[in-house]
Design a protein around this ligand. Structure first.
Ligand code: 1HN
Length: 353
């Protein structure tokens, strides 16, 4: 609609008048407000570990984990600078913890995942239990649980944090509390939860606490083994290769209520069929080299890199050797709200579900 002041001074005057009452005409903004399909301000982007690791290590020389509370370099989507977002709804960062350091205990309304990029043997403690972490492990910090991290190994440890902070903030539901000491007391042995809940049994009369999986470390070795079995005995999905989603074994639902997490194996030479879905997705390769072509733009990746594919952009993956990719998105939220859609290859887009 051409509604410049010169053409339609009465309307422009009217807009100025109602502006004083904090009102504005829908017809001027409708086309941008309700789009025919998702138009994400997020851009596809890759952070190559070789490029950014020196910055992460430099941060280690400039500030302690205690001083920083969390020593993290935020992975800010180039289309969303200044907003601490990797996709429109999710946050990601690279956290460094040096030998002997402790990142002090706190809890917040936001949920966090850790995906271990470099190192072995640092721990995170969640609600009275420690887990030791290794490369490729997926670790959960459920909302409002005390958590502190420490590194008793002799090498730096780096992981990717993924949080639902932008979602929590759009709902104005942020809370944060600091524990009176750096470390919380422990009430269970190290890695009790996977032993307790990873064997298809629960204590008689088990009542679920919160909405996350009671298992908070999903070790890479186990997931990798499953993918290898799938390679032999399961169908290869043309769009995803061999892909699993992490689940809460007590419900079968996603492991976290707001963030969906996935691991996929792309066998050597496999090229996926073009795919898009409404959940903007963050990937981190664990093994192998390859490329992901997002809306015609190729992103060459290798282990420890992080790249992001925004909502609804068509993309395909190509693996030079056997490749394994971890990924996360807000899919559980979209699915619970009946908003999630996908489009596989040349098929029509799915109905929302
Ligand atoms: C947080 O609590 C951690 O606990 C990491 O390691 C990153 C980013 C935003 C808000 C809270 C952590 C975070 C965070």
């Amino acid at each position: 609609m051409d509604d410049t002041a010169a053409r339609n001074p009465q309307r422009q005057q009217f807009y100025k008048t109602i502006d004083k009452s904090s009102m504005t005409p829908l017809w001027e903004v409708l086309a941008n407000l309700v789009t025919k399909e998702p138009v994400s301000p997020a851009k596809p982007h890759i952070w190559r570990y070789d490029d950014v690791r020196p910055y992460v290590m430099e941060a280690g020389r400039l500030i302690t984990a205690k001083e920083a509370e969390r020593r993290v370099l935020i992975l800010e989507n180039p289309g969303l600078r200044g907003q601490s977002r990797v996709t429109h709804s999710l946050y990601a960062g690279l956290q460094l913890i040096m030998p002997g350091e402790i990142a002090p205990a706190h809890r917040h309304a936001a949920s966090a995942l850790r995906f271990i990029i470099e190192g072995k043997g640092a721990y995170t403690a969640v609600d009275g239990e420690k887990t030791l972490m290794s490369e490729g492990d997926f670790v959960i910090t459920p909302p409002w649980t005390w958590h502190d991290h420490g590194n008793d190994s002799d090498r730096p440890m780096v992981w990717m944090d993924g949080l639902d902070v932008p979602l929590v903030n759009v709902l104005d539901t942020s809370f944060l509390e600091h524990f009176p000491k750096d470390e919380q007391p422990l009430s269970r042995p190290v890695d009790f939860s996977p032993d307790m809940y990873g064997g298809n049994v629960v204590p008689l009369g088990y009542e679920k606490q919160g909405k996350c999986s009671p298992i908070f470390n999903y070790p890479y070795s186990k997931t990798r083994e499953t993918l290898e079995k799938m390679r032999k005995y399961e169908r290869w999905d043309p769009c995803h290769g061999l892909k699993v989603q992490y689940i809460d074994p007590t419900t079968g639902d996603f492991a976290m209520p707001t963030i969906g997490t996935f691991m996929q194996l792309l066998p050597k030479g496999f090229k996926t069929v073009s795919y898009r879905s409404t959940d903007g997705t963050v990937y981190s390769p664990v093994e192998g080299k390859g490329r992901t072509v997002v809306a015609g733009q190729a992103f060459e990746w290798k282990p420890k890199d992080v790249f992001v594919v925004p909502s609804w952009l068509p993309h395909y993956h190509e693996a030079d050797g056997d490749a394994v990719l971890f990924s996360f998105s807000d899919r559980p939220v979209q699915k619970k709200l009946g908003l999630w859609r996908e489009q596989r290859g040349n098929e029509p887009a799915s109905a929302p579900h």
